[in-house]
Design a protein around this ligand. Structure first.
Ligand code: ATP
Ligand code: MG
Length: 360
């Protein structure tokens, strides 16, 4: 079984559209396919018209306990069509990161859950959320391949270096090769700018850009709003042709422009420069203070221990790639607090607020 994560932390670049339609087209070509929705937004689930209300019947219940019960992935599988099975998500999945933040082996939950399905499918596709947190990390850990949809916007390549760094980290952790493929999406062939951006993508991802290009096609949007794949919605559309061609290319690796070797993927232009940021906290009664955030999968290890600079003052310099991060301070290994000196906050789905750090 080949496991392919469809990942890019940039929102709205075509991950879900690709996950649904590539799965449907691979199944149409006679392969047994499983699609897993790993996004708390549950767009694949909604886009396939599956009821999202019950956490007990979602991927969440197979990764964490829900109401005291943990189930096997196979038990939450729904059949969409001949050869195409699906595992839904719902909003509960957003609590996954914090629920598992202190648990050993948290980054391998999905990999372990998928292993029991090895005999049942030729392909498992994973629709990742638009973030690089524990859900995406779990997906990458389970994958042999990562497909990165890139839309034709000005900033589309921004942030892909950070994703490649994480893929490299996962490669080192799992010890197995993870192939990376970039897929150009929402291509408007009438515009010159789209052609230029496509050239940029091919330049950046050199030999690992897929030959198939997914054109801008309103039928793909319509299909999702009717809860259908493009295969079931409109077989005359350009979107159908493109995704069928993509399925052919995925099945026939030789038609790729070529795989990149890991060493080439570390080309300097893809790895953004890290920037140093200092975080400080006044906590006179604390015995220790660590930092947990989206940059370390919410795991306050000793690498993120702050130094006590003067009486009651704690500080730590972090070296981070450009991007937006959320974090909290962890006092005495048990009390999680936001950074009161930082006015940028986001609602923490689990409790309170997370502080936001923007590195540019
Ligand atoms: N080739 C296309 N042509 C026209 N519309 C498209 C195309 N691909 C995707 N869309 C539309 O663009 C929007 C974003 O696409 P999609 O949901 O697949 O992105 P995503 O990367 O999964 O987003 P998120 O990061 O929020 O999960 C959707 O409304 C979708 O229907
Ligand atoms: Mg999506």
């Amino acid at each position: 079984m080949k496991v392919i994560s469809i990942a890019n932390q940039k929102g709205g670049c075509g991950k879900t559209t690709t996950a649904i339609n590539l799965s449907a087209c691979l199944a149409f070509k006679g392969r047994k396919v499983l699609l897993i929705d790993m996004d708390p937004q549950a767009h694949s689930t909604i886009g396939l018209n599956i009821n999202t209300n019950e956490s007990g019947n979602s991927v969440y219940a197979a990764l964490c306990e829900f109401e005291g019960k943990k189930v096997a992935l196979g038990d939450v599988t729904v059949q969409i069509s001949e050869g195409f099975d699906f595992i839904p998500a719902n909003m509960h999945l957003s609590t996954f990161e914090q629920k598992l933040s202190m648990m050993p082996g948290r980054e391998k939950r999905l990999k372990e859950a998928i292993e029991e399905l090895h005999q049942n499918y030729d392909y498992t596709l994973i629709d990742c959320p638009p973030s690089l947190g524990l859900l995406t990390f779990n997906s990458l850990m389970a994958s042999n391949e990562v497909l990165i949809p890139i839309d034709m916007g000005f900033f589309s390549l921004h942030g892909t270096g950070q994703l490649l760094e994480i893929i490299e980290l996962v490669r080192n952790k799992t010890g197995h090769e993870i192939a990376v493929k970039a897929l150009a999406t929402m291509y408007d062939r009438r515009t010159r700018i789209a052609k230029e951006i496509l050239e940029d993508i091919r330049d950046h991802f050199k030999g690992s850009t897929l030959k198939t290009v997914i054109n801008l096609n309103v039928k793909l949007k319509e299909a999702a709003s009717y809860g259908k794949s493009i295969l079931d919605y409109d077989r005359k559309s350009q979107g159908y042709k493109d995704y069928l061609e993509l399925a052919g290319e995925v099945l026939d690796g030789n038609r790729l422009f070529g795989y990149l070797q890991p060493a080439e993927q570390k080309a300097p232009s893809l790895i953004p420069n890290h920037v140093k940021k200092e975080l400080v906290l006044r906590a006179p009664h604390a015995k220790s203070v660590k930092i947990a955030g989206s940059f370390n999968n919410w795991t306050p290890t000793n690498d993120y221990l702050m130094d006590q600079t003067e009486d009651g003052q704690w500080s730590k310099v972090l070296s981070l790639a450009p991007g937006e991060y959320q974090y909290k301070f962890v006092i005495d290994d048990e009390i999680w607090v936001e950074d009161e000196g930082n006015y940028r906050v986001k609602i923490d789905p689990y409790y309170g607020k997370n502080s936001v750090l923007v590195v540019s």
